[in-house]
Design a protein around this ligand. Structure first.
Ligand SMILES: NC(=O)c1ccc[n+]([C@@H]2O[C@H](COP(=O)([O-])OP(=O)(O)OC[C@H]3O[C@@H](n4cnc5c(N)ncnc54)[C@H](O)[C@@H]3O)[C@@H](O)[C@H]2O)c1
Ligand SMILES: O=c1ccn([C@@H]2O[C@H](COP(=O)(O)OP(=O)(O)O[C@H]3O[C@H](CO)[C@@H](O)[C@H](O)[C@H]3O)[C@@H](O)[C@H]2O)c(=O)[nH]1
Length: 447
């Protein structure tokens, strides 16, 4: 099938590449000329494990093309995915200006006799499919096109991929949600997704509004699970319990499940923070006060600062002239994405208190450099960051940080002090090696 993907950021690039991989002809459109140039020259623009290889193959074999022209991009397409940004606007609602702008432009381009399915893949508030539909319709009416609704259907098909495992999530989805009442669209999209759901995971058809809400409900529920565990971690520290034990005990109940129960220094990324906020805002606009979500956001903001009092207390509230090594900048491992990363909050607070920070991250340093420049220095590897540092702070659980050479850490740090925001190490290891060790929801180890 011929497909167009409008917006070639994280979701757009993964969507386009994976559909090309299953034999479709895909044209990706983006207004960012640099991005299109780079992609057209056969280079991926994001770090995502497994993406580069299939991207290069499909690009080389001509199934994946890139353009800045919407008209050219959609010319042959039967299906048009909108993978456009929906950032928070001033009051926390999802800003739909990118989506509605493209909807208007599409209304200027659709032609009689060339039915197209327009799909919201972006995370958008309930009612957006109707707004996209009406925006396109309006443009077609202005062009005096008869029976304009026959030219297209708008479908909600939210995306559930996780960064770092995006290709696997896309290729083997737990489920595909398709929100539409159009039988024609259902049939075409059922065929398009058939290769991805053969393993037995379902395509779930529903109406547009339910599909839109499903996406926000899923992200908000997962964020709630994390904030809940972060509060349990707070209790563990006060009660002398161990959150790792509590997590294992709770998670072994199938009704609760093992996943998304890891406490830490808060959730970040391009989705949870903005989507929880947007759902809470939509609820308010609909006259409902979604109390749980307000608490989830507040808990998360506090959790991002969880290590700070421990660090300040260790240094007797005086960080001036102290050198802090920081392992991990990305909001989670296996990505170079730093959007809403807890590490950035730590950096700002520590730097404001007069500490100097030397950071290492396997993939995200370039992005951090672009955002905060020389507010911190960057190390070549995880050990270089430790040289003469007064303490190590861990903000992201990259697997290479999990089994480090503890003797080397000890020999490089001025004193063996670790503040671990991701509970990477067992307490007994830290005791054996003689570290001062503070983590989340577990007892402190002092030397
Ligand atoms: N990142 C994720 O893991 C993820 C997962 C699921 C859903 N989502 C949702 O998908 C949507 C996109 O997220 P993302 O992370 O891919 O965003 P992104 O910011 O990485 O990419 C968006 C792209 O759209 C382009 N763009 C903006 N206006 C355009 C226009 N008029 N025409 C063509 N291109 C245009 C931008 O240049 C950018 O390349 C959001 O709604 C997000 O919430 C994201
Ligand atoms: O037990 C856990 C699990 C995650 N996190 C944090 O939660 C954030 C989000 O993690 P994750 O969900 O793995 O990453 P995303 O790539 O942001 O994916 C989420 O957001 C996407 C965009 O909407 C959705 O498509 C995915 O289904 C959803 O998991 C990160 O900061 C993690 O460190 C925890 O603190 N504890």
């Amino acid at each position: 099938m011929d497909i167009a993907v409008i917006g070639t950021g994280y979701v757009g690039l993964v969507t386009g590449t994976c559909f090309a991989e299953t034999g479709n002809m895909v044209t990706c459109v983006d207004i960012d000329e640099q991005k299109v140039k780079k992609l057209s020259s056969g280079k991926v623009t994001i770090y995502e494990p497994g993406l580069e290889k299939i991207f290069e193959r499909n690009e080389k074999e001509g199934r994946l093309k890139f353009t800045t022209s919407l008209q050219e991009g959609i010319k042959d397409a039967k299906i048009i995915f909108l993978a456009l940004p929906t950032p928070p606007d001033g009051d926390g609602s999802a800003d739909l200006k990118y989506v509605l702008r493209v909807a208007k432009d599409l209304g200027g381009l659709l032609e009689r006799g060339d039915y197209k399915i327009i799909i919201d893949k972006s995370t958008v508030p309930v009612g957006t499919a109707d707004r996209v539909n009406n925006t396109i319709l309006q443009s077609l009416i202005e062009r005096n096109i008869d029976n304009p609704q026959d030219l297209f259907d708008v479908v909600s098909n939210p995306e559930f991929l996780r960064e770092g495992v995006a290709v696997e999530d896309f290729m083997k989805p737990n489920r595909v949600i398709i929100g539409t009442d159009s039988e024609k669209a259902k049939k075409i999209l059922g065929e398009l997704y058939a290769p991805f759901v053969r393993q037995g995971n379902p395509v779930i058809f529903m109406d547009e509004r339910s599909a839109e809400l499903t996406k926000y409900a899923a992200n908000s529920f997962l964020a709630t699970k994390i904030s809940f565990m972060n509060e349990i971690a707070q209790l563990c520290e006060r009660f002398g319990a161990d959150v790792d034990m509590v997590r294992r005990g709770m998670g072994s109940d199938e009704r609760i499940g093992k996943r998304f129960l890891f406490p830490g220094i808060g959730y970040g990324g391009s989705c949870f923070p903005k989507d929880v906020q947007a759902l809470a805002k939509s609820a308010k606009q609909a006259g409902y006060d979604f109390k749980i979500l307000e608490a989830v956001m507040e808990v998360n903001e506090n959790q991002k600062k969880h290590l700070l009092p421990k660090i300040f207390s260790f240094f007797n509230n005086d960080l001036k002239g102290k050198k802090i090594a920081l392992w991990g900048l990305a909001f989670k491992p296996n990505t170079d994405d730093i959007r809403e990363a807890p590490s950035l909050k730590l950096i700002k607070e520590l730097a404001a208190a007069g500490a100097s920070i030397v950071a290492y991250d396997p993939e995200a340093m370039i992005n951090v450099k672009e955002e905060i420049g020389d507010m911190i220095t960057y190390a070549e590897n995880q050990y270089e960051a430790l040289k003469d540092a007064d303490a190590l702070v861990i903000a992201t659980e990259w697997s290479e940080f999990r089994t480090p050479d503890f003797l080397k850490i000890k020999s490089l740090l001025k004193k063996p002090v670790i503040f671990d925001g991701r509970n990477l190490f067992e307490l007994y290891q830290m005791e054996e090696h003689g570290f001062y060790y503070e983590s989340v929801g577990r007892r402190s180890i002092k030397i």
